[in-house]
Design a protein around this ligand. Structure first.
Ligand code: IPM
Ligand code: MG
Length: 375
């Protein structure tokens, strides 16, 4: 039996608590069946943390996050906090968590499940078998660059400023992640920036090319302007294996890639810190979708992106690719039985609730468990 893994749950706002609770049931299943042991604590982040503690990320919560081996986060934000001071808005809590834990590598896989091909707005032949990994830089770029702010420039004019900036080491460490992942997948990296209009993009292209020449000549490397990438994702998404890009372009391109798969409700993500002594120092797992305040509290949200994010936790933080695979297979089986939450339901499907989706995944895990025990 492995040691106990310390996991922090941060359900957050909107549908966050619902999707995390369905995922918690799946975590409990793995634990109750003796596959892995967790020591789970829970706290607030985002708007609910602002309500409870007056800040979207309390110092105590940040300390718990540092101490945890892995964090599972639901979502942050909502109209309730629209008038809150900019520095205290729910999103600021998430950004602080990413920055403080130095979670620079954001992995966003876009996988099309066969059963969901009909849910995509693209033609089946364009997306069947699609398997893209977006590697988004997450702790720098225009999200954090200085100077930033809104200033008065006289004559009733104001100026809003944000700065896109990347250093050599910031580019290198995220490019390394992309090349290493590519080696385990289709061996192709597409690096995306706007070097036609941005110096930070020129540096990005130069550093990625240099690193490739030094250490990764066995991997195929191509470059693309980010706007072209947005277009190519719709035209011929299967040309991509690993897409390497910065914080802002990665935010946009990953939402687009998510919709190729049929629903934002299907896309998991991992945000990883540096590796020390063969272990990832900090890791946060969260669905790519937001807090969806319009459907919060109704029990209809799709928990699969969060459940699959837990799968990524099993794989990347706990080195349990075996359990992650069992979980992915279970999700696939549930979808093949035409059980769907509202966002991915169509025609013949049976519409089920958030909690029922969690239970359906567990029922599939039970079946694979029986096969395992008989074998
Ligand atoms: C995401 C989200 C966040 C981002 C928001 C909630 C701050 O859109 O994780 O993609 O912009 O990074
Ligand atoms: Mg986003």
């Amino acid at each position: 039996m492995t040691n106990t893994h310390n996991v922090l749950l941060l359900p957050g706002d909107g549908i966050g608590p619902e999707v995390v609770s369905a995922t918690r049931a799946v975590m409990d299943w793995f634990q109750d069946n003796g596959h892995i042991r967790f020591d789970i604590t829970e706290d607030h982040v985002g708007g609910c943390a602002y309500d409870a503690y007056g800040t979207p990320l309390a110092d105590e919560t940040l300390e718990k996050a540092r101490a945890a081996e892995a964090i599972l986060l639901g979502a942050v934000g909502g109209p309730k906090w629209a008038d809150v001071d900019y520095a205290l808005r729910p999103e600021a809590g998430l950004l602080k968590l990413r920055k403080e834990l130095d979670l620079f590598a954001n992995l966003r896989p876009a996988l099309v499940f066969d059963a969901l091909i009909g849910a995509s707005s693209l033609k089946p032949e364009i997306i069947r078998g699609l398997d893209i990994m977006i590697v988004r830089e997450l702790s720098s770029g225009v999200y954090f660059g200085e100077p930033r702010g809104i200033e008065d420039i006289g004559n009733g004019e104001r100026k809003g400023i944000n700065t896109q900036s990347y250093t050599t080491s910031e580019i290198k460490r995220i490019a390394e992640v992309a090349f290493e992942l590519a080696r385990k997948r289709g061996n192709h990296v597409m690096s995306c920036e706007k070097s036609n209009v941005m110096e930070s993009g020129i540096l990005w292209r130069e550093e990625v090319t240099k690193l490739h020449g030094e250490n990764y000549t066995d991997v195929k490397l191509d470059h693309m302007y980010a706007d072209n990438c947005a277009m190519q994702l719709l035209r011929n998404p299967k040309q991509f294996d690993v897409i390497l890009t910065d914080n802002l372009f990665g935010d946009i391109l990953s939402d687009e890639a998510a919709m190729l798969t049929g629903s934002l409700g299907m896309l998991p993500s991992a945000s990883l810190g540096a590796v020390e002594n063969n272990k990832i120092t900090n890791a946060l797992y969260e669905p790519v979708h937001g807090s969806a305040p319009d459907i919060a509290g109704q029990g209809i949200a799709n928990p699969l992106a969060t459940i699959l994010s837990f799968g990524m936790m099993l794989q990347y933080s706990f080195d349990r690719g075996d359990l992650a695979e069992a979980l992915n297979t279970a999700v696939n089986s549930v979808l093949s039985q035409n059980l769907r939450t509202a966002d991915i339901a169509s025609g013949e499907c049976k519409k089920i609730s958030t909690a029922e989706m969690g239970e359906a995944v567990i029922a599939e895990l039970e079946k694979s468990e029986k096969i395992l025990k008989i074998a």
